[in-house]
Write a protein that binds this ligand. Sequence first.
Ligand code: GLC
Length: 668
Amino acid sequence: MIQRFSFGHPIPTGSVEQVLPLCGGSVPFLTPTAEGWTYRMREDCVVYGLGEMPRGLNKRGWHYIANNTDESHHTEDKLSYYGAHNFLLIRNGEDCFGLFVDFPGKVHYDIGYTRHDTLCFHTEEPDYELYVLSGGDENALCKEFRALIGRSYIPPKWAFGLAQSRWGYKTEEDVREVARQHKANGLPLDMICMDIDYMQGYADFTVNRERFPDLKKLSDELKAEGIRLVPIIDAGVRIDDADATCKEGLEKGYFCKKADGTPFAAAVWPGKAYFADFLRPEVREWFGGRYKVLTDLGIEGFWNDMNEPSLFYTPDRLQAFLDSMAALREKDNIEQEEFFSQVVGGAMGLMNSSEDYASFYHEVNGQKIRHDRVHNLYGGSMTRAAGEAFAKQHPEKRMLLYSRSSVIGSHRYGGIWLGDNNASWGQLLANIQMMPSVQMCGFLYAGADLCGFSSDTTPDLALRWLEFGLLTPLMRNHSAIGTRMQEYYRFPEMLPAIRRMLHLRYALLPYLYSEFMKAALENGSYFRPLAFDYPADPDAREVQDQLLLGEGLMAAPIYTQNAHGRMVYLPEPMKMLRLRSVDDYDEEVLPAGHHNLRCALDEVLLFLRPGCIVPVAAPADNTSQLDDTQLTLWSYLPDGGSAAYRMYTDDGFTTDYDAPEHWRLIRS
Ligand code: GLC
């Protein structure tokens, strides 16, 4: 059951697809406070959700602010990341309920931070809608929530292959070299992502002709080998009289404006940039149409970036900072306090300043709305612009699209990646814990920068991270310019194991893709916490580092350096597979309970649930070469009986997702 409550005069967010009647009366479970709402938690209460946020699967014990932020240091003390995913799922003894706060600005959550036993939340303004979901267990409530917010975005099947990415592939030759090395080393590959380096002056919808003289030819050549180019598009439009996007946007009055009606400018990668007002349908249509510049060259996928939007500085703020520095110039001794507050603080304060977010406006249904009031809609609306345009241009064809910033609602138009993590073991654990949280909020097509984006990775981290990454829908190795090169062929001693793990991913695709499609078409889950399927098991509720994957698998990834095994909890007997490759593994049926299991660096632990089948293909170097007619079936059938598996097979390109002939039943 879902109850919808409305307070004040909410600004429509587009997050919800089903329109439910409004409820009167009191809100179940919650107690109103002067600011918002509160709820008393028992000691064993678990709070899931909030999507892309710091900390564990269980969000209890910290405070958070849904406030889309370009946060490049993913540490435990942070309050906000790139997405606003205001869905909570609470299990408190007999109480099991979900909350969705539908509000486009900041939402503050205190989940046992001020008082360990108390959850509180409030919106920055008193105008919002609140949905309360109840009357089912965790899985049922998640399903109901997903039905409420609408079908998740479905990418083409090739988007389940490996993506190799790096900020710093500066020429066509750099890109070709990646493809060549993958081939030479027998490493599968489906995508090469192009970062801002391909653009002319970091301007959207341009190509640097000196370094990328013939992008169409490059794209065609690679496509013939089964590899697609996936270029980046940034939110900020370079200010440049000669730039078509800038000129057109100005002529049409499509950029966000300051109070005085002039376009708002801030610096990002291209230097000073304007920001399209994606909240207006006509602007979305215009900006979405601009992608054609690249789709005409054969491009079939994009990543949208910097769309919180990230603001490095505004010219006014920079000037004020430089003036304050000029005043210090005369001094021969800057006091410590001055140094930290004016020099360090002043420089840091330039980026993503809340005052800047309060200095420009959108037009929503003809009304001027200050950006900070609808801040969390911005990135998702950029994704929507692209998604809507693709659906209009090629209604039959799936395009790849994933974004950095997002809001519930934009899960219908694209996936997400989990932003600028760093090459550390803690970030691998964060990736594991964030996956079910974002998927609960509709973002099924998701993944983190494998090996880590910033700082230098290590060979063992690259391998261990891949051992988890091979299960995530978006499997992309991405890194920042200036860091150690981390394409998988850069680790010679790890290469055989890396190759086997990549092949394992491709071999598992009949299962992973089918489970993804079930999750998308039936509002089910792909990754989920153990406690969702074993709600009565108190030990399952404690598990923060194992995930159920679809109907048949449980994953127990290794995420600590130098570990050659780990503790694994089995809520029921399962068949353990300790895999070195798709056809080289140990198997053992283990009883329910806690087990200390060995797992060498080149091995991955997967568990088969009783009565389930996992169809496995022969490894391939590319999704287009995958043969899902010749399958091996992994199963654990304790009674020796038979089982059946619903497998999804289609061409992977077209949008006729619902055709019944895509399903086939496989029997053991
Ligand atoms: C941002 C993105 C990152 C990208 C970089 C350069 O930091 O999050 O993925 O590589 O910008 O475009």
